[in-house]
Structure formats: C-alpha cells, structure tokens
Design a protein around this ligand. Structure first.
Ligand SMILES: C[S@@+](CC[C@H](N)C(=O)[O-])C[C@H]1O[C@@H](n2cnc3c(N)ncnc32)[C@H](O)[C@@H]1O
Length: 350
C-alpha cells in the first residue's frame, strides 16, 4: 500500500464521538434529577453543595467537572456556576425550563432504540392509543412542554415573521392552526393592538390555551375552534393563517388547503413552518435521526422539501415564497403563500 493512501483514509473520530452520546444525556439527566441548575443559583461551593444534597463530595466534584466538560457548568477556583445554557433552560423556576419537553421527546425519540433490529427485520406492528401521533391523549400530555417550548423561542419567531410581512399593519383576523397552547398566535396578537385571534386545536389543548390567554390579558381578543381540523369548520375572513409543526395529521391535503384558501380574505397570507427532508429523505440529519424511532414503527410523517409549497400552489395560491430557517431543533422551511400576486400594503393602516 502506498503510504499516502493512509493519509486519505477517514479519521474514526465520529465513531469515537458517538460513544459519548449516552454519556452526555446521562449527565444532563443526573443534573436535572439532583436539581443542580437550581441549587447552583444558591451556592457554587462543592462542600455546601455536597452537604445540601447529602452526597459523596468527591464523586459530586467528578460529576461537576464532567458537567463542565459538557457545557452545563463553569468552574473557577474550585467553585461551580451554571452556564447561560443551564441557567435558561434547565432551571425549574424559569418559564423557559425545558425539562418536561426533553423528557417527553426522549420518550418518543428513543422508544425503539432497543428493538431497532427487530423493527428492521419484521417491519412495524400495529400501534395503539397514545403511541399514535394523531392521538389527542398524547397531545394532552404534551401541553405543558409545548408551553415552555413556545416560550423558549417559537412564539417570538412567529411574531417576528408575521410582523415582517408588508401586509401586517392591515391584518385584522388571524388563525393559529394546530397551535397547541396558542402562544405563537398570542405573540402575534401582542404585536398588533387591533388584531383578533382564533386558535384551532383539539379540545384538551383549547382549555390550556384559554388559561394562557387569560394570563396574558388576551381573553377578549381570542376565540377558539375546538376539534379535529379535518372535520371542523375552520371559520372565515382571515387575513393571516399561521401553522407550525401541525400539518402531519391532515387527511387530504388538496381538500384541506382548499379550505384554508377559501377561509382567507383576498390578499390573505398563509404561513407554514415545517421541516423539509431532501437528498432522498436523508437530510437534514437532525430530523432524520430524531424521528427514526417513529419512522420505523410506521409513523414516517416528516414532510419532504417542497411538498407544502406544492400543495399551496395546487390549491390556488398566487404567490409562494419559501425560505429555510435554522431552529434549535433542526432547520425548517417557512412557506409564505399569498392569495394575490400583488402584496396588499396600503400606505395607511388606519
Ligand atoms: C407538534 S404540536 C405543534 C404545536 C404548535 N403549532 C407549535 O409549533 O408549537 C402539534 C399540534 O397539533 C395539534 N393537532 C394534532 N392533530 C390535530 C387535529 N386533527 N386537529 C387539530 N389539531 C391537531 C396537537 O394537539 C398539537 O397542539
């Protein structure tokens, strides 16, 4: 073999790195179980931490050193502090606490790791109840985690996107379709004092959303459509429809998008934020890996790139613009569908 050939071989660093995946997760889990991010706001002294937690001091220090390697703590002169990451997302007293979301997503994303080979050999078997993605029971259990997820960034993103539309000053009525606890739609409402909001979701989510609207003082500006969006009347005279990560349960896209089209006023805008798999459904890796457990059990629901924009076009929208956005949980496509070629942006919103 030519010695130069050896230099052309790939490094095995990725394989070595994959071994660390379960270790990283176990460290984060243990930190949350010990409620360390909360405790570290009171003291970073390992002696005090060990005595408060009633744990083995030396092992606690080894563990804290590893958390520092992971990026959840910083260490200085033997004292430990939360990094901004741990401080914002792993403290239970923060409204951006993601503990429940991480727990729920782990249960979904990892649920077939132990029987992966069996699923590859035999294929999916029939799924019942809560395990089915369209089950209301499942979404009911996820309401709390969706609240914190939306507060951690999605709500602001939705409001930024809506506000950036030239039509926004003239928008009077909007629909948040499959909006869960509704904080994305409510954030849009908070950017526009005359806007009325409608939220469509399953009954159990609607009751959570009512509480959220009340807490924000938006109860007088919100109404609700409770039920399966394939069946219920979606309402009419919208200027804006927002939907994110919610179209997986649509039974007939052509029919559904025609209903959306008809529910919009002339000049209305339909915004969709969903992933778009490409490279023969192998990319982006985040979505492909995060959803392999679901896909193997027969729930391969991810959208392919361009699918939603194509359905928008087919249902009569005159102008569709698509752009990709980097979110914390993988890249997504924002598809903006307009009923009219010309953008409605009269000079004075009145
Ligand atoms: C992944 S969550 C997304 C929530 C929110 N749009 C977001 O981006 O955070 C999916 C939402 O779709 C709702 N959903 C699922 N099937 C539905 C259906 N058939 N009709 C109405 N809503 C549905 C769920 O209750 C849940 O709130």
């Amino acid at each position: 073999m030519n010695p130069k050939d050896d230099q052309l071989q790939p490094d095995f660093a990725p394989l070595a790195d994959w071994l660390l995946g379960p270790i990283r997760l176990a460290l984060m889990d243990a930190a949350m179980e010990l409620e360390l991010p909360d405790l570290l706001t009171k003291t970073g002294d390992p002696d005090k931490l060990a005595s408060r937690l009633k744990v083995h001091r030396q092992n606690l220090c080894l563990f804290l050193d590893a958390l520092t390697g992971l990026g959840l703590t910083e260490k200085e002169d033997g004292f430990y502090y939360n990094t901004p990451l741990a401080d914002r997302y792993l403290r239970r007293d923060r409204e951006t606490w993601l503990g429940e979301m991480l727990h729920n997503l782990r249960n979904i994303q990892h649920r077939n790791l132990d029987n992966m080979v069996e699923l590859i050999r035999s294929g999916p078997s029939e799924l019942k109840g809560e395990k089915r993605l369209e089950s209301e029971e499942q979404w009911k259990n996820f309401a709390g985690h969706l609240i914190n997820y939306q507060k951690s960034g999605l709500a602001r993103l939705a409001a930024d996107i809506a506000e950036s539309l030239p039509e926004f000053p003239h928008v009077k009525k909007m629909l948040d379709l499959g909006g869960g606890p509704g904080l994305a739609g409510m954030a849009i409402l908070q950017r526009h004092p005359r806007l009325e909001g409608v939220l469509c979701d399953m009954p159990s989510m609607i009751s959570v959303a009512r509480e959220q609207a009340q807490a924000k003082g938006l109860q007088g500006r919100m109404t609700y459509i409770s039920g399966d969006y394939n069946q219920v009347d979606l309402g009419e005279s919208y200027d804006l429809i927002w939907t994110s990560h919610a179209l997986y349960y649509v039974q007939n896209f052509s029919h559904f998008f025609s209903r959306i089209y008809n529910s919009l006023n002339p000049g209305g805008v339909f915004l969709s934020l969903h992933e778009g798999l490409c490279n023969e459904r192998t990319f982006p890796p985040y979505h492909v890996l995060a959803r392999i457990s679901l896909a193997l059990e027969g729930q391969d629901v991810s959208f392919s790139q361009g699918f939603i924009a194509e359905k928008m076009r087919e249902s009569g929208f005159a102008k569709i613009d698509s752009q990709s956005l980097e979110l914390s949980m993988g890249p997504v496509w924002l598809d903006i569908a307009r009923k009219s070629e010309t953008i409605f942006s009269a000079p004075n919103p009145g």
